[in-house]
Design a protein around this ligand. Sequence first.
Ligand code: MTE
Ligand code: MO
Length: 372
Amino acid sequence: DPYANDPVRHPALKVNSQRPFNAEPPPELLTENYITPNPIFFTRNHLPVPNVDPDTYRLHVVGAPGGQSLSLSLDDLHKFPKYEITVTLQCAGNRRSEMTQVKEVKGLEWRTGAISTAHWGGARLCDVLAQAGHQLCETEAHVCFEGLDSDPTGTAYGASIPLARAMDPEAEVLLAYEMNGQPLPRDHGFPVRVVVPGVVGARHVKWLGRVSVQPEESYSHWQRRDYKGFSPSVDWDTVDFDSAPSIQELPVQSAITEPQDGETVESGEVTIRGYAWSGGGRAVIRVDVSLDGGLTWQVAELDGEEQRPRKAWAWRLWQLQVPVPAGQKELNIVCKAVDDGYNVQPDTVAPIWNLRGVLSNAWHRVHVHVAP
Ligand code: MTE
Ligand code: MO
């Protein structure tokens, strides 16, 4: 059993699949803390968790022509200047289960928890690439990452990002060896993973083994044959994966974590909580909440840390305390966020439905009963 060596997981996680392990924290725990505690950070593995010996670990960085290839130990990586940033990581499949309700899709049934936030520490990718002789002259090039996890044929997990993002110090791409002040947990990429702020989870390659710069995107299945969006009209007979770009930055997102769908709330006053985030460093500027299915709206209070312009890598948590009118039997709670490009979430799922169930960011709707 290739999974026999997988780590022990926190019992509070809602498991979507055991082998490979995929799990999300329950909504009420997800927004209890601005920084998600490591044991309940959502986990998305495609393969068994590799057992990496930190003493013999080496990160291979293929050098530029005229430069030098690097074989970096963990100690070597620690010698680069250390950077620390708070970054929210979201899977492209977050909230896929709502797409399934429209029409069947292929993928794990993530609810609202395939998203979490951590304070990451590590070396900057641009510093490591510079040491290997790479420069930003090859403007159309891509930085390819390979994990140390592999399938029975020996194929490793892989993904890529444009070299322009990798070399941009303002993009703050990290080779992270710390998560919330601890060495990375095994499920999250021990000993080194990529953290690409503002970019879909699939590019944050865990158990990083190899970095190379190529004229084209990674040839990995997960770069070329997955993690792409399509029209609702495209099905598995007609899909042409080469026709769509790989997902990099993600669209604006928000969800309600309290109360939960089907719950009964006390009359008098209700507190509504949730998260909001946008890709590409775009800040969340507002979250609107409705109790009547979207007829009337109130503006929620944004908690969590202030976001830096163009570098809003982490989510905002939000809340709204509202009176529940007497005699009200039920509430149709809805939330929607706005980012600093004034991008908004679509109101319904059907027009953004796609066969892989990615990019699910319609208004989040929760129906609750009010106690008599
Ligand atoms: N890296 C490797 N090596 N193997 C993987 O299966 N999954 C990717 C990404 N990096 C994956 C990987 C996907 S799709 C996501 S959403 C994130 O890791 C999840 O990171 P997490 O498990 O730390 O939450
Ligand atoms: Mo993902």
